[in-house]
Write a protein that binds this ligand. Structure first.
Ligand code: KIV
Length: 263
C-alpha cells in the first residue's frame, strides 16, 4: 500500500489493513522491510519518545521532526502524521500551517481527533488535496474531558454520538477513520455502515484494519499496557540482556576482541 486509494481498495476487496506507529528512522526502516501496510507518526510520540504522561505535549514542530525522520526511511510505505493538540482548533490558517509542516516533511496524509466543531477545517484540508484520517472514540487529546483513558460508546447516547460522528467524517471526505477503545460490537456496526475503512485500536476484530503503537507491539513499553495490546516480542528483556552481556564483556575484557581491533 503506497497511496490513499489503496485504503478504499483494501476495504472493497475485504483485505485487512495493518498500521503501526513509528517516530524515527531506524524503526521506519524495519517497518519498510515488513508486510505492514502503513505507518502512523502518532502524537503518542510525546509519551513514547519524550516521556510525557499524555499526548498533549506534542507540538507541530515535534511532529514535523518525527515525520521527517520516518518519511526518509519508510521505503514507500504510506505515512500518516498526527495533527497535535489544538493545532487544528485555532482557525483554518493555523490548521493549514500545521498540515503544511507535516506534509512538507513527508506525510502523505494527516490524522486529527474528533469531529464536532472542526468540520470546516476538515473540509478545507481535504479540499486542499491532503487526505485526512479521522479518529473517534477514546481521543487521547481529550483525556482531561474524559477524566482518564476510558472506553467510549458504552451507553446508547454515546454510541449514537460515535455513529453520527463516523458518518459526518465520511461525508466530510475523510479516507479512513481510527476507532479507539470502543466496544467491539459498536465498531463492527460503524464499519459495516461506512464505505471508508475503519482502523481499530481496542475496538475488536470487526474493523477493516488495526493500528498498534510499535513500542507496545515490540514489548518495549515498560509501563502497564492497555488490555488491547498484544506483545509480539519481549523487547524490553531482550534488549536489556544485550546491554548486560556487553557490560560483562567490557568488564571481563572480552570486548573488544582481536577481530574488533586494528593492528
Ligand atoms: O498517536 C497515536 O499513536 C495514535 C494511535 C494510537 C491511533 O493516535
Amino acid at each position: 500500500m503506497n497511496a490513499v486509494h489503496d485504503f478504499a481498495r483494501f476495504k472493497a476487496e475485504g483485505r485487512k489493513i495493518s498500521v503501526v506507529t513509528a517516530y524515527d528512522a531506524w524503526s521506519a526502516r524495519l517497518i519498510a522491510r515488513s508486510n505492514v501496510d502503513a505507518i502512523l507518526v502518532g502524537d503518542s510520540a510525546a509519551m513514547v519518545m519524550h516521556g510525557h504522561p499524555t499526548t498533549l505535549a506534542a507540538t507541530v514542530g515535534l511532529m514535523a521532526l518525527h515525520t521527517r525522520a520516518v518519511a526518509h526511511s519508510a521505503g514507500g510505505k504510506f505515512v500518516i502524521a498526527d495533527l497535535p493538540f489544538l493545532s487544528f482548533r485555532k482557525g483554518i490558517p493555523a490548521a493549514m500551517r500545521a498540515v503544511g509542516a507535516l506534509v512538507t516533511t513527508g506525510a502523505q496524509a494527516v490524522k486529527l481527533e474528533g469531529a464536532d466543531g472542526h468540520e470546516d477545517v476538515i473540509r478545507h484540508i481535504v479540499g486542499s488535496g491532503v487526505p485526512v484520517m479521522g479518529h473517534i472514540g477514546l481521543t487521547p487529546q481529550s483525556v482531561n474531558q474524559f477524566g482518564g483513558f476510558r472506553v467510549q460508546g458504552r451507553n446508547a447516547a454515546d454510541a449514537a454520538r460515535l455513529l453520527r460522528q463516523a458518518h459526518a467524517l465520511e461525508e466530510l471526505g475523510c479516507f479512513s477513520i481510527v476507532l479507539e477503545c470502543v466496544p467491539a460490537e459498536l465498531a463492527a456496526r460503524i464499519t459495516a455502515e461506512l464505505t471508508m475503512p475503519t482502523i481499530g485500536i481496542g475496538a475488536g476484530v470487526g474493523t477493516d484494519g488495526q493500528v498498534l503503537v510499535l513500542h507496545d507491539l515490540w514489548g518495549l513499553n515498560t509501563s502497564k499496557v492497555p488490555r488491547f495490546v498484544r506483545r509480539y516480542f519481549d523487547g524490553e528483556n531482550v534488549l536489556t540482556n544485550a546491554l548486560n552481556e556487553y557490560d560483562t564483556d567490557v568488564k571481563e575484557t572480552r570486548f573488544p576482541g582481536p577481530e574488533e581491533s586494528y593492528s
